[in-house]
Write a protein that binds this ligand. Structure first.
Ligand code: IPE
Ligand code: IPE
Ligand code: MG
Length: 207
């Protein structure tokens, strides 16, 4: 059965609104085939393209992918460099097609440790797609659930210190507005490729 036939059989009333994917197992996939880990990362990018296309075809409301964690900086420098290069290439190559598909991109996580080139590519992609109304596509890059919660707390603490909000008025709803995922529907399907069963610091509050 081809993808078109498969898609036509999906009962759209039973679809999740927001799918999140921990894109893990690239290295093991590659070593299992006698390839370098980097080949696994490149294959992962190709798969990501297919996944986003399927999300668009299914008219999912939101897709979030975990691409690079705050812990991933501790990997060997050559691997980090390779991943950064892939990320930059991916944004450059795919942004127009994403835009044509009415995708709205957002990045979850820190930005300041990326190279100036990548930071500007991230800003350009967000700007290009800011008025789009299709799939909300969130790339978690230099993302950690703990870091997200700490940054949200800092933002709220600043508001408290200037008297914008009294500390005792902080509720879960107000807190959520400071998270990187503010305004996104709740995740109702979480997939971790590779078969491991852990969160690895992904969406801790939202889980
Ligand atoms: C996920 O695959 C990619 C990133 C974390 C960037 P891994 O590189 O973790 O692959 P495994 O888990 O070692 O097989
Ligand atoms: C989780 O995978 C992070 C991403 C997929 C981006 P890792 O391979 O980095 O996680 P651990 O080290 O196995 O927990
Ligand atoms: Mg892994």
């Amino acid at each position: 059965m081809n993808e078109g036939e498969l898609l036509s059989r999906v009962d759209r009333s039973k679809l999740p609104r927001h799918v999140a994917i921990i894109m893990d197992g690239n290295g093991r996939w590659a070593s299992g085939r006698g390839l370098l880990r980097s080949a696994g990362h490149s294959a992962g990018v190709k798969t990501l393209k297919k996944i986003l296309t399927t999300a668009v075809n299914l008219e999912l409301e939101a897709l979030t992918v975990y691409a690079f964690s705050t812990e991933n900086w501790k990997r060997p420098l050559a691997e980090v460099d390779f991943l950064m290069h892939l990320f930059s290439e991916y944004l450059e190559r795919e942004k127009r097609e994403m835009h044509e598909k009415n995708v709205r991109i957002r990045f979850l996580g820190r930005t300041e440790d990326f190279s100036p080139l990548i930071q500007s590519q991230m800003r350009d992609a967000v700007e290009l797609m800011k008025n789009n109304t299709g799939v909300k596509f969130n790339i978690a890059a230099d993302y950690g659930g703990q870091d997200e919660i700490i940054r949200a707390t800092q933002k709220l603490a600043r508001k408290v210190s200037i008297g914008e909000i009294p500390a005792e008025n902080i509720t879960a709803e107000i807190f959520e507005r400071e998270l990187d995922t503010a305004g996104q529907p709740p995740v109702d399907l979480l997939i971790r490729t590779s078969g491991d069963m852990r969160l690895s610091n992904f969406l801790l509050w939202q889980g």
